[in-house]
Structure formats: C-alpha cells, structure tokens
Design a binder for this molecule. Structure first.
Ligand SMILES: [Zn+2]
Length: 403
C-alpha cells in the first residue's frame, strides 16, 4: 500500500486541498521549495537515485499553479512536475542536478498572513552519502492503484459467500495501453498533451472492438492515472493477453525538422534506426518522470527462458504489425518508414504479442489536426479493429489446423 489509509482518507468527503503557488529559493548547496496550500496536508518525502530525484507523495491535491511552473529550476532542483499518481494520491517529482539529501521537510500552519505551506529543504551531499541515506531510509514501496485495487478485489472475493461459478470467458483478451497518465503528460504541443489524446483514442478503440463481442478488452488505464511501465506489462501477463496494443503520439523537437504520420513499433534488442532509438528512450523515461524507483526494478530472471518465449512472441508481434500496416495505410497518413523496432520496456511481456503505435506527431500541424479530429479517430480506430480481426482470424485458423 503506497498511502496510509489515513493519508488517502483525509481527502475523502471534502474538497481536495488546493495548491495555489510554488517557489524555489537558495543555491546549489541548499535549495528550498515552498508550496502554498489552503489547508495542511500529510505527506511523505524521499529521494531516488539514477537519475537523482526527490519525490513528495500526498493526498490528492488540486494544483492550481501558473502554467510553466516547475520547468525552470534553481539550485539543486533542475525542474519539477506534479500531478495525480493514483486516485486519491498526488505527487511532486523533483529532478536534481546532483546528489542531495532532504535536510528538512514539514508543513506549516497558516500564520502571519501566510497560508499553510509545505516546505522542503535540500542539501548538497556526495554520492556515497546519498546512497547511504537511501539504504538507511526504509520507505514503504509505491504500489500502483491497479495492484491495490486488485488486492482489495481479492480480499472482497475471499470474504464474500460462494457464488455459483460463471462460465469461463474464453474469448481472447486484448489489452489496450494508453501511454503516460497522471503526473506524466507525455509529449505536449499547442496545449494538447499526449496522455489525453491517447486515452481518448484508447477508449474509442476499446468501444469499437468490444462491440463485436469477440474479445475481452482490458485497459491498462481508463482515466488520468499514472501507471508504471512494469505494471502495464504485468497487466498483460496476468490477464494472459493474446494481444497488447500500446497507444502513443510522438513529437520531434523543432530543430530536428518536421516528421509526420503514424509509425508501428515492435520490440527489438537493437533499434532499427536512430529515430526509433530516440523514441524508445523517451517512452522508457515514463518511470523516471513518474517517480518510480528504477534501482529497485527486478532484474530479469531466467533470461534464456524469456528469450525462447520471446522468439515466438516476436513472430506474432511482427505479423500483427504488418497486418496493422496493411489496414492503416489505406486510411491513415503513415510515416515514411512506418514499421520500426526498438527496446521499448512496455513491449516486454515475454508471451504476449505486443506493438506500440505512434499515432502521429503532435509537433506536426497536420498530424495534430488529425489527432484531435473525431472523424480521423473513428477511421483510425476502424482500421486497427480490422487488423485485430485479421490477426485473430489467422491465429485461430492456425490453431485449428494444428489439431
Ligand atoms: Zn508516449
């Protein structure tokens, strides 16, 4: 459990605390962060390594800060961002310029005409001290909302009287994974953020393929919640998914020119080109952005077994990618190299065929117009649904002929 029950419960049944202003003071040896609130809150602050970050977890807060707050840093703080990490829980993640320790952190009551404030004081330390302070800290691990919800569901099930068993649902499971969410906005352009565009698209795709009744559809998120990459993969595995479709939108920095069109990515150890490599790196940063402790990521066990499973999975992933390409190119503007591969963490479920679709570039005017167009979305969703049908028609035919 990430948040103490008291911590989350404090926000229930009343309006969320409002954060109205945030400011930084100090220098590269000592830096102070102050957040103005309209009521006092409980919080927890901790540091993370590689990259150096400080995370502040708190109950759900309504951030009403000026646009651009957090993009410019000061002293030990390079930048910071804030937002929801789960229903009832907000978070601020600070990117640090180097190792620092939390010298002090507290919430002040309103006094002397000042509102309640959350104060965080950072102090420069060397790496050895930083790493030692991490080891000494025994902080409860962040668990995603989905895992918690699952635990609760299991507990509720155990307590409930036995029900007559429902017939098992044998339909293939399709997992739709809208990228980013909550504190992680993804790429942004002209006021549109990737996390919202891909959520809208993912929900439309779900509705379309659910309508056929042929598949059971599971969403990795269906609201503005942050989900760590490993949990998205875990959802695919736990659901024994037959297909995993991750939905994203790309952006190209202006200095790198203009790119347009949709691209379909599969998993590979080595990126198919420099752009694919840049993109995988950017998408894999989601956990660092969301404040997940990357040093505690489980190391891959039994790599060889995973490798073997992966080989067959990759064949199916590539087959689905080609079907997608075939369907999408007649309705959607595609990138000039529309099929690529790279080391995307989110595509790593060893036994689930997985693709990642970059719907287009929010940095391109024409693409952005498409991305926000209801009509374009409907046509694109239609072509992906067709590819899913074709993929399963072929799989079922293959399975049938093997018997
Ligand atoms: Zn993305």
């Amino acid at each position: 459990m990430c948040f103490d029950a008291t911590l989350v419960g404090a926000a229930e049944g009343q309006s969320d605390p409002i954060a109205a202003d945030a400011r930084l003071a100090g220098d590269s040896r000592q830096t102070r962060f102050v957040l103005d609130l309209d009521k006092t809150i409980q919080f927890r602050a901790f540091a993370l390594a590689d990259p150096y970050r400080v995370v502040v977890d708190m109950p759900q807060v309504s951030f009403q800060l000026a646009a651009g707050t957090g993009t410019a840093g000061r002293g030990l703080i390079k930048a910071f961002r804030y937002g929801l990490v789960m229903p009832g829980g907000s978070r601020i993640v600070f990117d640090l310029t180097g190792p620092a320790r939390i010298a002090n952190s507290y919430v002040l009551d309103a006094a002397n005409g000042q509102p309640p404030r959350l104060v965080l004081e950072l102090e420069e330390v060397d790496r050895t001290t930083f790493v030692q302070s991490l080891a000494a800290e025994s902080r409860p691990e962040l668990k995603p909302a989905i895992a918690d919800a699952a635990d609760i569901a299991v507990a509720a099930e155990a307590a409930a009287p036995p029900k007559p068993a429902a017939p098992p649902d044998l339909r293939p499971v399709v997992v739709i994974d809208p990228g980013h969410g909550g504190i992680d906005n993804g790429t942004q352009s002209s006021g549109e953020s990737e996390k919202n565009l891909v959520l809208g698209f993912g929900l439309a795709l779900r509705d379309r393929i659910e309508k056929s009744g042929k598949y059971r559809v599971v969403m990795t998120r269906n609201d503005d919640t942050f989900i760590p990459l490993a949990d998205r993969v875990r959802i695919a595995r736990n659901q024994s998914a037959a297909l995993f479709v991750s939905i994203h939108a790309d952006a190209l920095p202006r200095r790198e020119g203009d790119a347009q069109g949709a691209t379909i990515y599969t998993l590979s150890d080595r990126a198919s080109d420099a752009e694919a490599e840049r993109l995988a790196e950017a998408e894999n940063k989601a956990d660092a952005i969301g404040g997940v402790n990357l040093t505690e990521e489980p190391t891959e066990v039994a790599d060889i077994l995973i490798d073997l499973a992966q080989r067959e999975t990759r064949t199916f992933s590539n087959r689905f990618a080609r079907l997608l390409m075939g369907e999408m190119k007649s309705t959607v503007r595609m990138h000039k190299h529309p099929l690529k591969s790279a080391g995307f963490k989110v595509l790593k479920a060893p036994d689930v065929p997985s693709v990642l679709i970059e719907l287009g570039y929010v940095s391109n005017k024409g693409d952005l117009e498409h991305l926000v167009s209801e009509n374009w979305r409907s046509r694109t969703v239609g072509s992906i649904a067709q590819a899913i049908d074709a993929f399963f028609a072929k799989r079922l035919a293959t399975a049938g002929s093997a018997n």
